[in-house]
Each structure stands twice: as structure tokens, then as C-alpha cells.
Design a protein around this ligand. Structure first.
Ligand code: GDP
Ligand code: ZN
Length: 314
């Protein structure tokens, strides 16, 4: 039989088949996925083959289908190993609000960079459009222009008033999706409007910085009544931590990608090298100042911080 892992407790996996039945499964003793050194061989989101054990209701997983992507967290105890949080994520929705709370461009860009690194498509949802005034609307338009120009789909919504949620649901139908964004941007409101009664743990604790408190939490997938799943990653903010090599970072800024072929030095870091095409792009407005600022911040390993002024750049 074939199904998707919707929950894992470490030793047991709940596998949901197409006929919506959930089977409690374990894995065969020595079974290991080739190529990935992880503490958990099977993760939430994995598509697996399993056989029911004779005379029992439990199953045994004997094959994992190839993953389209997966998000990881460094294992706390075994330094070289990673814990796979979730696999086969079709889309991440990043909720952004202009004020109350304001979402910084550096927060957005870090999220997008992680998503690029993980090969997860992102749609940006500008929420609370019902409460816009002239100024916040203008700021939203500026952001929307920046992100649409570089290839990210943006939808303006009101989770509260149900504006444009059909568009969001359309993207979620039969897909595995994940919601992220600062506390207070409206994730619970949105999820509750889309699927009343769902109780996601991520939404409660996403903003608590519980670093240092390494409680093991397992992701879970919640089926949607109209088809598809929402993935819940308790205790993990955004995608968790991604370790980037400095040279890779520019590759996760889509608008840098083509430009950087024209840098004088093939190993240009776009910081203070001469004849840098990215910096030239800044001069002629093909690169948004806020994006370049985020790039420098990530390269320098600076913590994300709020900077209202980077919305408008310059
Ligand atoms: P979360 O922390 O991301 O889960 O955010 P919540 O869903 O708890 O929302 C935080 C606050 O924003 C609540 O007071 C919501 O009522 C409010 N809120 C959420 N969506 C909207 C919206 O579309 N418009 C307005 N005006 N307020 C909203
Ligand atoms: Zn350069």
C-alpha cells in the first residue's frame, strides 16, 4: 500500500492512504534512506510504501519515494546529523503585514532565501488589507512591486473579512502547504477561516524564542476538507536555521542570479569589489536597496532587525 506520513513519534509513523485511512506503521529494522545522514529515516510528508502485518492492524514501511524537497534542523546531540522536519512541501505562504505588526524586509528576505535553498515555492500574502490607509497601502504596493518583479507571487488578502481567500484555497487544494510569518500577522485567523476547527501548534509558539530549550517536537500534517494538507511545525520559526555557505547566498536571490555573470570577478561577493554587476544594478534601480541590504546582513551574519526605512530604500 501507499500513503503519506502525517505524523511521527520517533518509532511509529502514521501513514494516511488515499482512502483517508490512517495506519500505524513502523520501519523495517535496518532500513535507511541512501545519501542523507539524518536522525530520522522517515519524515512527515514522506510518501511511503508499506505492508500490513499479518493478523495485525499495523504496517511496515519498506520504501520511501524520492523527496522533492525537505526541511531540516541540526540535531542537538549528534552534531553531524540532521533531523528532517518535513518533506515534499508544495508551497510556503508567508504572511506579511505592513503595520500592526510591521514585517521587515530583512525578515521577508531571510525567509525567501531559506525557501530558495530548500526549493520550496513561496507565495507572499499581504494580510489585513481591510485596515489599510493611504500610507500603508503605498508601502504594501512598494513591497509588492519589489517581490513581483523578482518572481514571487503576491496576493493581498483579509483573513478577517475573507477577501481573496478563494485564491489561496485554490493554491492549497490537494497540496502540502506551510504558513509562516510573525506573531500577530493573522496566521490563526487565516487558517481558521480556511479550515475551521484546525488547531495548529506552530501558530501559538512561533514567536517564542525558545532557543536553548531543545525540546523535541515533531511536525504534523493536518488534512484539509477540500483536499491537501497544512503542515504544522511546532517550535520552529519559519524554516528553522539554514546554514549557508557565503558563496551560495547570492544564488538564492533570484534577481542577482543573471546579473552576477557580469561581475568582473567570477567569485565576486558583491560587497566592495570593483565592476560588480549587482552594485551596478543598485545604481540603475534593477536591484532593490532593501534586497541588497538583506543580502549584506545575511553575508555578515547579522541578526534580523527591524528597519522601517528599508521599505522605501535609499
Ligand atoms: P497569528 O499570531 O499570526 O496567528 O495572528 P492572529 O490570527 O492571532 O491575529 C492577530 C490579530 O490580527 C488578531 O487580533 C486578529 O483579529 C487580527 N487580524 C487577523 N487577520 C486580520 C485581517 O485580515 N484584518 C484585520 N483588520 N485584522 C486581522
Ligand atoms: Zn558582484
Amino acid at each position: 500500500m501507499n500513503g503519506v506520513v502525517v505524523k511521527s513519534t520517533g518509532s511509529w509513523y502514521l501513514v494516511r492512504t488515499e482512502d483517508r485511512i490512517v495506519h500505524k506503521c513502523r520501519i523495517r529494522g535496518k532500513f535507511r534512506m541512501e545519501g542523507i545522514k539524518s536522525t530520522n529515516p522517515v519524515s512527515v510528508g514522506d510518501i511511503v510504501d508499506f505492508d500490513l502485518e499479518p493478523k495485525k492492524e499495523t504496517g511496515v514501511i519498506d520504501k520511501i519515494h524520492e523527496r522533492t524537497n525537505y526541511i531540516v534542523r541540526k540535531s542537538v546531540n549528534l552534531s553531524k546529523r540532521t533531523h528532517i522536519i518535513a518533506a515534499n512541501i508544495d508551497r510556503a505562504f508567508l504572511l506579511v503585514t505592513i503595520d500592526n505588526p510591521s514585517t521587515s524586509t530583512s525578515f521577508i528576505d531571510r525567509f525567501l532565501v531559506s525557501a530558495e535553498a530548500y526549493h520550496i515555492p513561496v507565495t507572499i500574502l499581504f494580510n489585513k488589507i481591510d485596515s489599510f490607509n493611504e500610507e500603508t497601502k503605498e508601502l504594501k504596493n512598494e513591497l509588492e512591486e519589489i517581490y513581483t518583479n523578482i518572481g514571487y507571487d503576491c496576493i493581498e488578502i483579509s483573513a478577517k473579512q475573507g477577501i481573496n481567500l478563494d485564491e489561496v484555497k485554490e493554491l492549497m487544494k490537494d497540496k502540502v502547504t506551510l504558513f509562516s510569518g510573525h506573531s500577530g500577522v493573522g496566521k490563526s485567523t487565516l487558517v481558521n477561516t480556511i479550515e475551521p476547527g484546525l488547531d495548529l501548534k506552530t501558530l501559538e509558539i512561533s514567536e517564542q524564542h525558545k532557543q536553548g530549550q531543545h525540546t523535541t517536537t515533531f511536525a504534523e500534517m493536518h488534512p484539509l476538507s477540500f483536499g491537501g494538507y497544512i503542515i504544522d511545525t511546532p517550535g520552529i520559526k519559519g524554516f528553522g536555521m539554514v546554514d549557508f555557505e557565503d558563496v551560495e547566498i547570492a544564488g538564492y536571490f533570484p534577481e542577482f542570479f543573471e546579473l552576477k555573470q557580469n561581475c568582473k570577478f567570477h567569485n565576486c561577493m558583491h560587497i566592495d569589489e570593483p565592476k560588480c554587476a549587482i552594485k551596478a544594478g543598485l545604481e540603475n534601480d534593477t536591484v532593490a536597496p532593501s534586497r541588497y541590504f538583506s543580502y549584506l546582513q545575511i553575508i555578515k551574519g547579522e541578526e534580523e532587525h527591524f528597519r522601517q526605512d528599508v521599505y522605501t530604500g535609499k
